[in-house]
Write a protein that binds this ligand. Sequence first.
Ligand SMILES: [Zn+2]
Ligand SMILES: [Zn+2]
Length: 872
Amino acid sequence: MPRYCDVAVPVPLDATFTYSIPEELPEPCVGGRVIVPFREKRLCGIVTELHDREPSFKAKPVQQVLDATPALGPELMQLGRWIAHYYIAPLGEVLRTMLPLSAEFRRATGYRITDKGLEALHAASTVGSSRRAKVEPEQQMREYAALNRLADGELVREASLRASAGASRAVLVGLLRKKWIAREDLSGVRDASRNIQVATLVARGLKPARDNNQELTSGTAEGVPLQSDAPSDGTGESAAESAQSPNERGPSTPATKSGPPPLRMTTGLNKNQQAIVDYLRLQAEQRAHVSAIRELAVPRTTLQTLVRRGIVAISEEPASFRVSGMKPRKLEFLFNPAQRAALDQINIAVEERQFLPMLLHGVTGSGKTAVYLSAMQAMLAKGRSAILLVPEIGLTPAMAADLHQIFGDEVAILHSALTDDERAEQWRRIRSGDAHIVVGTRSAVFAPVPDLALMVVDEEHDHSYKQDETPRYHARDVAVMRAKMNHAVVVLGSATPSLETYYNASQGKYKLMELAERIEQRPLPEVEIIDMRAEFRDAEKGEVLSRRLVAEIGERLTRDEQVMVLLNRRGYSAFVMCRECGETVQCKNCAISMTYHKREHGLICHYCGFKRPAPRTCPKCGSEYVQYLGTGSEKLEHLLHGMFPQARIARLDRDTVRGRDDLERVLSALQAREIDLLVGTQMIAKGHDIPNVTLVGVVGSDAALGFADFRAAERTFQLLTQVAGRAGRGETPGKVVLQTFFPEHYAIQFAAAHDYRGFYEKEVRFRSWMHYPPFNAVSNVLVRSPKLDEALAWSGLLGKWFAATRLEGVRVLGPAAAPIVRLKTEYRYHFLLKSASRERMNNALRAMIEHALAQKIPRTNLVVDVDALSLT
Ligand SMILES: [Zn+2]
Ligand SMILES: [Zn+2]
């Protein structure tokens, strides 16, 4: 057995650390997790090397070995090293990001009462306890509550102790200090004892409820007749009452608490309840993991309602219990020749196990998704694996339900709303080869599938693929690298490819496949540009909505068609200004104007979330002339209500969409034509396919063109093209009314003409002149500190170093105040590095970090963002 191992620990240091391996421990493995001491802490790290080279210092011993086989196999370890190198990120932090098992370690702590603790508990309960209890402070009360919970001497998990005895961290620390309790480590034992929840359909008539009295966790198996709209407060009385309603009744079976009356399936289920029942019916033995049901497009409460009514039972099963579920279903798509050609290319390359990066450039509505799904089905049929990445907002519960329908239990879905436990469970399913198809947002690029054959990055231009904390990787670029390492195919799909990707295709680095037509040859929408400068001159008073757009909206509404209006700014008024002194109300944590939100009766900072009441007088001069200026989506909704009082209007932005279900609810209402007019931010632009939307209005979404961000034109073009693509996806042709203050700008002109190629040619020339991507690599170096003098001094030090070092082939701009100079209480200064040679740039960055550490600039105060997308 090797005597030492090198471990990548999740700390912001660009190094691995050597530990000795005690003889009594099992042998660790490369890619496996170990617990090691690190500066007073115990951390979970990944072994990167096993060896016998004696270090020059006395190595501390590994405390625990968590994995007998690698948690990260050689392929993912190699990918992790590449990410650490390319993005100049600490390897330990990269590997932690790739391995979503932190919950298992974090929660794997338990407590046991000590003899001393038992004595204390005994003393407290015998000596004058009644008198003492009154004067005992809160903390002491809680300590005794926790001791009581531990009184039988059993080991109790920290989570359970917190939940059942209300033991806060302070309470536990207090007890440990007095040595009344002892902490024990549970890592490694947890898996075996872990339970999962399984839902079983128990309604009679569908399937006999077998053994249900033993398995069920609640007494609800005694069913009551079903009723579609029965009040669901869970009491037997109301259920019995509802059973009396005329339309729906079993043969006179009032619900009683004694004896299970026959439970009959009725037709009275509502849509959501029916969806769950249908899903369970399709499963083997009509049982499924509760986590799988949560993927269906229904609110969580629906399952609880079904349990209360005795239609579904929930039981706990050991984690090893397997629910064998739905079989994949073969979908037959009807492809046009362009789709067919793309698919053939993918299949040939996969067959030959060739690395093939492909850009699938298809106009909105051209059927890219059908190509992805069909290609993924082909991989599954071959017994190989595929990963589909989708942008944050693209993964709705409805899409998840569709994927379950197509791929059955072979699909694992990873989205940001999963709990740590759910994520770990999905990870294990993928790892064990139970799920060959993975669909997920950014971090799904690390899914540990066996025999990866295909990666698809849908909407590859989307900025949510770039992580905005360490490691700042771009999932699209990681996907390309991972495909290369695996001799696999990677498909980047978009109607508006990023400049970088299209450039790679034009250089022959990526295979370009074009889908130039919408399916069924539906026309792209006609776009009318409204010059808002002229509108303000001609109209009697300035309005947010042009007369033309108002007229067009009115026309659609009378024809019973649906309308979307994009305004890419949430809130009611963009800012609050004093007319006397010109002061705008700024956030106390950020150098940013606060936005007025009417429903919340206050000002909110969109960067840090800080809230304050709306001021009646100017906070600076006390004047009463305070003005609310600029229009956000909340105000636009209000204005439209005033203009079209008959219309059913809804709004889609981060204020109305808090969870995945909210987005789903609005979209299905729109689909069901329960909404006439949808107002929203860029959320409405992304991928939704609503056939009856025939008009899209674009209001004030060109503001970015006024900023000095070199990606502003690209972003504006992408947003306008995507939102225009929502119009006319059904049989009626669509129209777009685009209001702008920059009618001559090429981003506007090319978007209106649906001319991606034209936009690309123009933009790529500008990028070339300015030495921006795709011609140069760009990195942003941010120096931040809550103290202004520190931020200034440190950025000054680095500025001097850059000037003195004269890095060949690397341009350095800065230091300069960051566009948002203060954010979340931190002052921020930055440098922009550009170089035609990525190697030179990354070497320069490494040398700079070394210098910064020598100058005692803490690594966490220095942010290095390679291939930065945002310079704010
Ligand atoms: Zn003022
Ligand atoms: Zn703020």
